[in-house]
Design a protein. Sequence first.
Length: 133
Amino acid sequence: MTVGGQPTVEVAAAVIETDGRYLITRRVTGHLEGFWEFPGGKVRPGETLSECVRREVMEELGVEISVGEKIETVTWRYPERTVVLHFFRCRHAGEIAPQEGQAFAWVAPEEFERYPFPPADATLIARLRGARP
């Protein structure tokens, strides 16, 4: 798919909250390396958004999740591509076990500013903090 002549990538991400803290992971390689994010990834052809976020979280963190309501959709244009991010409220079962050597943290909303996130996450972060972006 393309938007304005740019390739478009659909991404599904899990917003996992426990005891007022949200699970975030740090990108190890590739696009936006070193930034923190909500776990998830690119939707494969024929895959639903829910299937994608479950698969990605299992691949990245070795844990099963249940996917709840969609809480935000953000379209963001990077110089090389447009990304459509779908964020879902999720619950996990089991111990988080990073499969790709990535760091992870459980972060309260007021601590988000200590972690560099991609600009596309700003709307969701503002929502989770109870503020406007």
